[in-house]
Design a protein around this ligand. Structure first.
Ligand code: NAP
Length: 280
């Protein structure tokens, strides 16, 4: 009989690879546990958290659209979750719910796994496209580690200014229009799409042209389904190194798994397993 229960809550969740990933790790480490995705809408969040509290569930992940709104429903936050203002992982310690954010560190571990040379760097200039929740986690970890400058371009300029101001506490940062970002593309060693543009095939388009990028710029997209968004296809066409969001998914998930079980799962083989079996 399976003993420990884990959840993903969000809307939508049907597309998520997290259940496949965590259940595979439970089986391979012979842990008697089960992870399941529950569709929880905005209106249902408070009730869902109350049920989790009473149910004896060991931990859960939080995804769109609850990463910010869940903060008020938790008992304690890690320093990183507090700084970012969002939670993606909750540990249930008895009836106490403790919120963490593993997205940014997961992003960085995945980036270093694919581009180990970046781990030696400290003064990189990064362009982030997008200023939503995921952008905050990524900007926060980059500003603590390898970035000296993080510029932000976003459709809604007000949000670009807001994230740029947050980055400005520890690194150089400007908020740019898409046209300005395009023109200064040669200044960046890493360009990251953190928008949801690319998730839907009919809405996948380039937000910036890449003509001015330098030869070694690494192009990253947080989206992993499809495996190559319009941005990554265009970057590959120009011969630039690219990385999709699968490694971030796996490494952020591995960090959550470690918090719940105190065991380190195999992230490397999980990435190839998901790549080969689930990505289109
Ligand atoms: P979010 O908070 O809703 O932010 C969405 C961002 O996309 C905003 O910057 C928004 O710009 C921009 N955007 C949406 N539609 C646009 C359009 N048509 N044109 C230009 N910009 C547009 O979402 P999020 O939680 O940050 O997630 C962003 C992406 O990261 C999603 O694709 C998500 O799947 C991915 N993600 C991946 C992982 C992973 O593990 N790989 C983890 C977390 C998130 P405005 O501000 O102008 O609305």
């Amino acid at each position: 009989m399976v003993t420990d229960q884990y959840r993903l809550i969000g809307a939508p969740v049907a597309h998520s690879l997290s259940p496949v990933m965590h259940n595979y790790w439970f089986r391979s480490l012979e842990i008697s546990a089960y992870y399941q995705a529950d569709l929880v809408t905005r209106d249902e969040l408070e009730q869902a958290v109350m049920q989790i509290r009473a149910s004896g569930i060991k931990g859960f992940n939080v995804t769109f659209p609850h990463k910010k709104s869940i903060l008020l429903l938790l008992d304690e936050l890690s320093e990183r979750a507090r700084l970012i203002g969002a939670v993606n992982t909750v540990v249930c310690a008895g009836s106490r719910l403790i919120g963490y954010n593993t997205d940014g560190v997961g992003f960085l571990q995945g980036l270093f796994h694919h581009f180990p040379n970046l781990a030696q760097k400290q003064h990189l200039s990064v362009l982030m496209i997008g200023a939503g929740g995921a952008a905050y986690s990524v900007a926060q970890i980059l500003s603590e580690t390898i970035a000296e400058r993080i510029d932000i371009c976003n459709r809604t300029m007000e949000k670009a200014f807001h994230l740029s101001a947050a980055c400005g506490a520890s690194v150089l940062s400007d908020a740019l229009t898409f046209a300005q970002a395009e023109q200064h593309l040669d200044q960046y060693q890493i360009v990251i799409n953190t928008t949801s543009v690319g998730l839907m095939p009919e809405q996948d388009h380039l937000l910036i042209r890449l003509d001015h990028a330098c030869r070694h710029t690494v192009f990253v997209d947080l989206i992993y389904q499809p495996r190559r968004t319009a941005l990554l296809k265009e970057a590959e066409r120009h011969g630039f190194p690219v990385l999709n969001g699968l490694s971030m998914l796996v490494y952020q998930g591995a960090l959550a798994f470690q918090m719940w079980t105190q065991l380190v799962p195999d992230s490397r083989s999980m990435e190839s397993y998901l790549e080969n079996n689930y990505l289109s």
